[in-house]
Design a protein around this ligand. Structure first.
Ligand code: S3P
Length: 182
């Protein structure tokens, strides 16, 4: 696929992948690199709800979180008109068929940030409060296995294992046909 021609019809990029994939940090770096607006779906959910993700899960349960997530994504995509955006999705968002369908109908290129599951688990230790679904490695691996086929539906896949945030952002820019020689 010719990256530039493809991207010229796209208004945004959505980074998908499991918890710990680096969607937020790579998204921020990519938005700086492309000079596009950055949007973090989890942050929008917490702003709309007026409380943290952990509290939504604890007080209202996962189904309520998923419907808040879907509403936030719908709102975000409706705001895209004329704005180029890098969107970091939460780890479960792309695994929900209704979100996948919403993104498939939007002018958004999806990129799966992939990494070995042990590395993802290790990275998750850094932000436990945002991740009520992280318990132990075994449960983490099971959920990862269940969701992986969904992530593979993204238009592109970038391997992030052992790489730093800027290197991954550059690679994503390259696969989108927007890398620059450095
Ligand atoms: C979730 C991932 C989290 C956050 C919530 C649920 C998931 O986002 O949306 O805790 O279901 O995998 P990150 O992938 O940014 O950790």
């Amino acid at each position: 696929m010719a990256g530039k021609a493809f991207l010229s019809q796209q208004a945004g990029v959505a980074l998908v992948g499991f918890m710990g994939a680096g969607k937020t940090s790579v998204g921020e770096a990519l938005s700086r690199r492309l000079n596009w607006r950055f949007e973090d779906l989890d942050e929008r959910i917490t702003l709309r709800a007026g409380c943290g993700i952990e509290q939504i899960f604890r007080e209202q349960g996962e189904p309520a979180f998923r419907s808040a997530e879907h509403a936030a994504l719908r709102e975000l995509l409706a705001e895209m008109e004329g704005t180029r955006m890098v969107i970091a999705l939460g780890g479960g968002a792309f695994a929900q068929p209704e979100n996948w369908r919403l993104l498939a109908g939007a002018p958004v290129t999806t990129v799966f940030l992939d990494a070995p599951v042990e590395e993802l688990f290790r990275r998750c230790g850094e932000h436990p409060a945002r991740r009520p679904l992280v318990k132990d490695l075994q449960q983490f691996q099971r959920l990862h296995e269940l969701r992986r086929e969904n992530y593979l539906k993204a238009a592109f896949r970038v391997e992030t294992g052992g790489k730093d945030v800027e290197a991954v952002a550059l690679e994503v820019a390259w696969v989108l046909g927007m890398g620059t020689a450095e």
